[in-house]
Design a protein around this ligand. Structure first.
Ligand code: SF4
Length: 360
């Protein structure tokens, strides 16, 4: 066995930056993925947790250079779900025993938006109580807003840093987007009691393996409970994606890198929740299943009504745009079974890392 993999199997946080980098550069990944899957089994068991994803709306106050719904992309038809629609979708997920949902939208900082989310959370809590995990993915907000949403019934917050390199972050965002504030938001979320998640894009233009190794160390430094990573996928209507060809070679290398990041993150952190993201499936029809076998334990099926999905494309060729939620549920079941795993129906699937911290 590769001695670095053996070392990583002994316990979390065993590897140096150079060793993480070395694992990320492996060409033959069989042993790496197998070991990461073993660690996943050890900490989260044989099972996949679901997060029913509701895309509330695609208005966004920000202009990230890689994102298809950035505010300067005038080609996107903008929408916002009604409060009743969101609650109906959440109720469907609850009845279908998804165990958890994610409420996601572009980043909006306003009292109107804060109160809208707060009302939705309270209504969800009336029928689901603590039996449905609720993750928010609504960007940077003030501590007061985060606290209001926590008190209204949210449990988790996902705020992707996209890269832990401040230099690379500066290249990917306009000057008024602050890397420092994003990090501070993560600290705040953790401090006030959210199960806190973040993640990065892999295979960005200009990104090195050292950057990715630093990203994995950053996850530990921030004491994160959940990781959501995906390969970078270009969108032609964005400054970063313009001109990048999605050739078969490009897709293959992005997929491989995305899977290696899942595996090495699992081998370094051990007890966090790691999502096998839809971006993997955009590169290969079996991408998400491969993510599960490389150490991920969470899948986020889209449960937004299909009429809205086309307008929520952070990257192009997003899969599952036309399948309705019931079709998705069935399809997912078979996909998960096909790799020898099973879905943890009706369970919230809280990250073991958070539960340990809570009982300290
Ligand atoms: S990545 Fe998020 S914050 Fe940036 S433009 Fe897209 S939706 Fe808005």
């Amino acid at each position: 066995m590769n001695p670095l993999i053996r070392k990583a199997l002994n316990g979390p946080y065993q590897l140096s930056r150079g060793e993480i980098r070395e694992l990320l550069s492996l060409n033959d990944t069989e042993e790496l993925f197998h070991a990461a899957y073993e660690v996943k089994l050890r900490h989260t068991g044989k099972g996949v947790s679901l997060r029913g994803l509701i895309e509330l709306g695609n208005y966004c106050g920000k202009d990230c250079y890689y994102c298809g719904i950035r505010k300067s992309n005038y080609k996107v038809g903008r929408y916002r779900l009604s409060e009743d629609d969101v609650v109906r979708m959440a109720h469907w997920a609850y009845e279908q025993e998804y165990g958890s949902i994610v409420l996601q939208s572009g980043e909006l900082e306003s009292e109107e938006n804060t109160a809208f989310i707060e009302r939705i959370l309270r209504r969800i809590h009336t029928f689901a109580g603590e039996n449905l995990g609720v993750t928010l993915c609504l960007g940077e907000q003030s501590e007061e807003v985060y606290r209001r949403w926590l008190e209204a019934g949210a449990h988790r917050y996902l705020l992707r840093i996209e890269t832990s390199s401040s230099e690379l972050y500066t290249k990917l965002h306009p000057a008024n987007h602050s890397f420092v504030r994003r990090k501070e938001c993560l600290h705040t979320l953790k401090r006030i009691g959210y199960q806190t998640g973040s993640g990065v894009m892999c295979g960005l233009p200009g990104q090195t393996l050292d950057d990715l190794a630093n990203d994995i160390l950053f996850f530990h430094e921030m004491d994160l409970d959940m990781i959501g990573m995906g390969p970078y996928l270009p969108h032609r209507d964005t400054p970063l994606g313009k001109g990048i060809e999605l050739t078969p070679e490009y897709k293959e290398s992005q997929l491989k890198l995305g899977l290696k990041m899942i595996a090495v993150t699992r081998l370094y952190l051990h007890d966090v929740n790691i999502a096998s993201t839809t971006a993997l499936q955009a590169l290969d029809d079996r991408g998400r299943e491969q993510g599960l076998l490389a150490g991920a334990n969470v899948i986020m099926p889209n449960i937004t009504d299909t009429e809205y999905r086309r307008n929520y494309q952070l990257y192009e060729n997003k899969p599952c745009l036309d399948e309705n939620s019931a079709q998705c549920r069935n399809c997912l079941r078979w996909r998960v079974l096909s790799v020898g795993e099973e879905i943890n129906w009706g369970k919230r699937g809280d990250p073991p890392h958070f539960r340990k911290g809570f009982s300290k």
